[in-house]
Design a protein. Sequence first.
Length: 338
Amino acid sequence: MRASPAAAVAAFLLNTGCGYIGPTLVPLANVPAAPADVAVIQRGAKVIAHFTVPGTITEGYPIKGDLQLDLRAGPAPDVWSEPEWAAQAERVAPAHIATLPPARPNGTERQLAEYEFSSTAWTGKTIVVAARVIGSNKKASNWSALVTLPVVAPLAKPQQLLATPLANGIRLTWRGADGHFRVLRRADGGDGYAEIATTTAPEYLDAGAEFGKTYSYQVLAFAAVAPQKEAESDLSEEKTILYKDEFPPAAPAGLIATPSPASVELSWESNTEPDLAGYRVYRSTDGAGFEKIGDMNEIPAYSDHAVERGKKYRYTVTALDKSGNESGRSATVEAALQ
């Protein structure tokens, strides 16, 4: 019995060491994917740009071999032509290549290419910035999306940043021209600075600061230069402060002494501080100096049973917080047994 043509082909492929049977595969182009997240901003007299280095070719497979990075900046020609822009634009060398964590669990690490270059030559002009990458096979990706940036005279850097601890937060003040400001904060042990506020006044109260922690602050000015485009000043000098609780509670108010046959009953208004720990009671007997007679919890009341008939007693109360700060004394009241 003669074998069918298909069976004969299959037998031939197996006998010659080729185990693949199926449609012909199209060779990969091996062209790197274009950068997808180019970001550009002016800070002071510099332009700062960055993008994530692509990790795949256009077909989605991992890139093999090293990549050459190509970021360029320059004015747009009168009639837009990408080749003409690329030929005239300034090619910028990366200032730093940072390693980023994987975009998803069990993914591969990524690289962030960071650039800095002077803005001086382009002040008053609009530049176009774009990036591409070139594989080890010399094949270049397409250019990224074009980013246009109006370049302005450098904004003034905020000066004389001060951080003053208050009971309700850390008050920041600085000297700067009228405008808008970003307030940046880094907690001790944190990975880096994060924006916590914007303000139009040269001051800000960081009410989210926590006692016992160390914070570093910087401030920069910013201004709109086009729709959805901003320029920033250089960062102010860094200011670091250990935020310690050195702020006592308010003195208790409304102290009342009520004598009874065998005791003097004291009561007063509750303090409202969130870190209130309790109260301290002082007593003076027959005009002598005040002495502490008790430490209380947060209940605003005390019963003094160590009293005798025929003697006159004066009382005052203070408040204590959880850091051990003691308030001033309340008003003094007098009492004698009935």
